[in-house]
Write a protein that binds this ligand. Sequence first.
Ligand SMILES: Nc1ncnc2c1ncn2[C@@H]1O[C@H](COP(=O)(O)OP(=O)(O)OP(=O)(O)O)[C@@H](O)[C@H]1O
Ligand SMILES: [Mg+2]
Length: 255
Amino acid sequence: MNAALIECKDVTIELGGEVILKDVNLSIYQGETVVLIGTSGGGKSVLLKTLAGLINPVQGYVTCWGKKWTELSVIGKHDLYSHVGMQFQKSALFDELSVIENVAYPLREHTRMSEDEIQARALECLKQVSLEKARNMETYDLSGGMKIRLGVARSIALKPEILFLDDPTAGLDPVNSDEMAELLLNIKKNINSTMIIVTHDISRAYQLAGRIFLIGNRMVKETGSAQQTRDSKDPSVQQFIHGWLKGPLTDGNQN
Ligand SMILES: Nc1ncnc2c1ncn2[C@@H]1O[C@H](COP(=O)(O)OP(=O)(O)OP(=O)(O)O)[C@@H](O)[C@H]1O
Ligand SMILES: [Mg+2]
């Protein structure tokens, strides 16, 4: 098998004196779509940020293109981030910038495109999320759903090789949520980014994922493809699929 694009080795993450995730081992390969799913507060966002080099584990390490995030210089990290897109759960938009300038930001930061090229690419991204008419709006005038869509537009501006998305369909009405899922499948087709997508919605996970990872009780457990996850005999996986995980996520009995 090819070398992993992202590798998480014996990772333990502690925040605020609490162990959030323990002994996490996983590998993500070029071109695949991995979905992280699990209970609220289980550590999906924390894991996503750790994979993206934004949170440092207290034990173990994460590599991206074979390089440990913690050993990269500021310039090295900046270089890697020019190939990475990230949409944050709380949008993390630049409120002082207009809608289109939010999308232009990574292009200004990481490319030497001309002003015309930047404007054209930013508009193209806004069109993909149906926000072109809102391009001159202030971000604080956007609805919650528009903010999510803008976060996704910004994350794809650089046509990233790796795309981290934190619950991009959350809080959207069913029509918008379906459109967002379609958009993600189209992005996959057009840019062929390796995607790591957080969701709390099992049907979205089935629709989008190549492989699924279930997160809860400080553990990360790979449940395989959509079909393998559906067919899993693991009681904690079945519990999760058929309602929220009630008992602890266990280590054994996985088929
Ligand atoms: N900066 C932080 N400092 C301390 N604790 C944190 C911090 N960030 C997250 N946590 C804690 O880590 C745990 C996991 O949080 P996380 O945001 O990853 O959950 P989640 O699975 O993304 O939940 P949700 O589905 O609600 O978004 C929570 O108990 C949260 O309070
Ligand atoms: Mg979260």
